[in-house]
Design a protein around this ligand. Structure first.
Ligand code: RIB
Length: 312
């Protein structure tokens, strides 16, 4: 059995407060919701959990608040076998939280209050350097300060460590600073905002990905929800189609994709197979409610892969 890859996530951790409802209240109105779910989330933490369940050794570098949620978040990482020695408590700050509103079609609206995630600094990255140096791949998102993302990217490049940047949630960023990322993985709305061009059709997606390549990004994977993902590099663009499943909640599907892709790629699988597998891992997550709770473990994934990959 080959040694499992080591994935480090420098990113966010939130607590997700999800309500399921038929009606969204108007200003001044109170309505009854149907169901509530409390779970661990945050794009960084979700990606770390997806990587761990996919079979990697995983370390998380993050900041949590000095409230009820902070220590519980650390315990959640530890209980999953994720190295949380560099998940530190920021005194006097709340943990990151995400009220999530899911409508009857499974469509979600998320408001993130970053809290302690905003305190994750380049100094925290320096403190974690001995751990990060062991990583096959370092994964980052945009729920922490961008200067910390840029700093971590420079660190990864200088040490020859593969890096993946997921620019979520969408916000303007300095493309030059991101150009050392080995993989840049936005969804349609993130790509639209960063490249300042519409991404509706496949043709738009291809134009947008090529624009990002011209701006110095090495490889772009533009995720397209139920259409799959578009891989773009100097050799051209290629659509990797999605798998059809009965989706009930798409929250965290992008995180499932990125965490599992980091593992498949770091195991040495060919890029296209790694992306195809990540498409399936993400699709499976949409068949259950929640973010981290909806991710499957490697053994269950392999069973599904046996079934679905024969239909490719
Ligand atoms: O991508 C889903 C995640 O976005 C949720 O877990 C929420 O915390 C927000 O970060």
């Amino acid at each position: 059995m080959p040694k499992p890859p080591f994935i480090a996530v420098v990113g966010s951790a939130n607590v997700d407060l999800t309500t399921f409802h038929d009606l969204f209240p108007r200003p001044g109105e109170t309505v009854f919701g149907k169901k509530f779910d409390l779970g661990f989330g945050g794009k960084g933490a979700n990606q770390a959990v997806a990587a761990r369940l996919s079979g990697a050794s995983v370390a998380m570098v993050a900041k949590v608040g000095s409230d009820l949620f902070g220590p519980a978040t650390i315990r959640n990482f530890e209980s999953q076998g994720i190295d949380a020695s560099h998940v530190r408590i920021a005194e006097g700050v709340s943990s990151g939280v995400a009220p999530i509103f899911v409508d009857p079609n499974g469509q979600n609206r998320i408001i993130v209050v970053k809290g302690a995630n905003d305190a994750l600094s380049p100094e925290d990255v320096d403190a974690a350097a001995p751990l990060l140096l062991k990583a096959d791949t370092i994964v980052m998102q945009f729920e922490i300060p961008l200067r910390t993302v840029y700093y971590t990217l420079r660190f990864a490049e200088s040490k020859g460590i593969r890096s993946i940047v997921n620019p979520a949630p969408a916000q303007q960023a300095d493309l030059e600073q991101l150009s050392s990322a080995d993989y840049f993985i936005p969804n349609e709305t993130e790509a639209e905002l960063i490249a300042r061009m519409p991404v509706h059709s496949l043709e738009d997606a291809s134009k947008c990905a090529n624009y990002l390549l011209r701006r110095g990004i090495k490889r772009v994977v533009l995720t397209l929800g139920e259409r799959g993902c578009l891989l773009a590099g100097p050799e051209g663009t290629e659509l990797i189609p999605a798998f059809k499943v009965a989706a009930v909640d798409t929250s965290g599907a992008g995180d499932a994709f990125i965490g599992s892709f980091a593992v498949f790629l770091s195991e040495g699988l060919p890029e296209k197979e790694a992306l195809t597998r990540a498409n399936l891992y993400a699709a499976l997550s949409t068949t259950k409610v929640g973010t981290q709770k909806s991710f499957v473990n490697r053994a269950d994934f392999e069973q599904e892969w046996q079934i679905h990959s024969t239909r490719l």
